[in-house]
Design a protein around this ligand. Structure first.
Ligand SMILES: [Zn+2]
Length: 387
């Protein structure tokens, strides 16, 4: 591979990947954001080539090619593009990641391989099920499939969420928080808000040095999830500050609100996909709405429009984070502990300053730490908390 470097490098630079990755790392000092940007560049190229593919398919359908020819044409276009793009990714995995590690990733190769395997399997399974599901809807309810698909998908997740959690699909390495003094202390802080049996430990110190905590609901039961790294790096008051922030998400019903927002915005976007599909079918004279070509169209156009959906849900996420900080400060009125918790989080996770518009629209679930501290100070002053 090394001898290929002089050939490959200019090619990669040409497609913009190396430049943007290195620039991201330099600007943000954030390894993860750099990697996300790298993949996002690839996705953008994939989206453009998919659009070219569906236009080609349309013209092929117009000149009455056989169904299979259309599918083969589409698959080959995507396949070639994806291969060109992923030469890049492999190259990075092999030659670049090692050098660019900044101390917050120490994942052994086997774990990466296992993760990629599960991830591919998951994507394939979900995609295949989704394709069959949408095809049946198109066949049975051609006019309202776009309302039914988001609503039914969410019903599916609501019914099967317990199984999904149990099978490690959503959060790997979760276990009940071990009984003892530490658990008693944590429970005392959130008595009345969460059941003692619903405090979980998220064991990921073997994968990363990052710190994380979260909330989720299983069978309508509020649960709190605390990363094990938290207990190595943070003092008691900082842990309480983080716990208060997580409780706030539960008290303010952020999970429920986010699910509603997602259903609403997905229905809206799939509605637009449906309008465009009707136009596409008319324009190219596609004989049936429930057909392979419609599925390809739906998938491609949805893939592109989902960027708007991501942007909307991230905007809500960042708003909810600020509201959670406010609630948490009222519950645990120690402004200094919140600030030191946020700064420590910033140092441990190596997070961003000065984010670009693209990062705000596509990646950032939380406001930058500086913004959160500024907001916290303003709010503390408003409700009269001095320190
Ligand atoms: Zn939060």
């Amino acid at each position: 591979m090394d001898e290929l470097k002089p050939v490959i490098r200019p090619l990669l630079t040409f497609t913009g990947s190396i430049g943007s990755f290195e620039k991201e790392i330099k600007d943000t000092h954030d390894f993860n954001l750099g990697l996300k940007t790298l993949l996002d560049n690839r996705i953008q190229i994939l989206q453009v080539s998919s659009l070219v593919a569906i236009a080609t398919l349309g013209f092929m359908a117009r000149s009455q090619y056989h169904d299979y020819a259309e599918i083969i044409a589409f698959v080959s276009i995507i396949w070639i593009t994806a291969n060109v793009l992923f030469i890049n990714y492999d190259f990075y995995m092999k030659h670049h990641l090692g050098e660019k590690e900044q101390g917050y990733l120490n994942i052994p190769q086997e774990i990466i391989k296992e993760k990629v395997r599960v991830w591919i399997l998951k994507i394939l399974l979900v995609r295949i099920l989704l394709i069959i599901f949408i095809y049946r809807l198109l066949l049975l309810f051609p006019d309202i499939w776009w309302i039914l698909s988001p609503v039914l998908s969410f019903l599916f997740f609501a019914i099967f969420n317990k199984q999904l959690f149990r099978h490690d699909l959503i959060f790997p390495k979760i276990e009940k928080f071990p009984d003892g003094e530490l658990k008693d202390k944590l429970y005392k802080f959130c008595t009345g808000k969460v059941d003692k049996s619903n405090i979980f430990l998220w064991k990921f110190s073997q994968y990363t040095k990052r710190v994380n905590a979260g909330v989720f609901k299983i069978k309508r039961k509020r649960s709190i999830l605390l990363g094990d790294n938290l207990f190595e790096n943070f003092d008691d008051d900082e842990i309480n500050a983080m716990l208060a922030h997580e409780l706030a998400h539960l008290e303010l019903r952020h999970i429920e609100k986010k699910i509603l927002l997602i259903i609403f915005s997905l229905t809206f976007i799939v509605g637009i996909v449906n309008l465009l599909l009707n136009w596409y079918i008319d324009y190219f004279g596609i004989p049936k709405k429930a057909s392979m070509i419609s599925l390809v169209f739906i998938y491609t156009v949805y893939f592109i429009l989902s960027r708007f959906h991501v942007a909307i849900s991230l905007l809500y996420s960042r708003y909810a984070e600020k509201k959670a900080d406010e609630w948490a400060l009222r519950y645990f009125p120690k402004r200094n502990s919140f600030e030191s918790m946020l700064v420590r989080l910033h140092l441990t996770n190596g997070i961003y300053h000065k984010n670009s518009l693209r990062e705000k629209l596509q990646f950032l679930t939380h406001p930058p730490v500086e913004d959160r501290i500024k907001h916290l100070r303003m709010y503390a002053e408003k409700i009269g908390i001095v320190k």
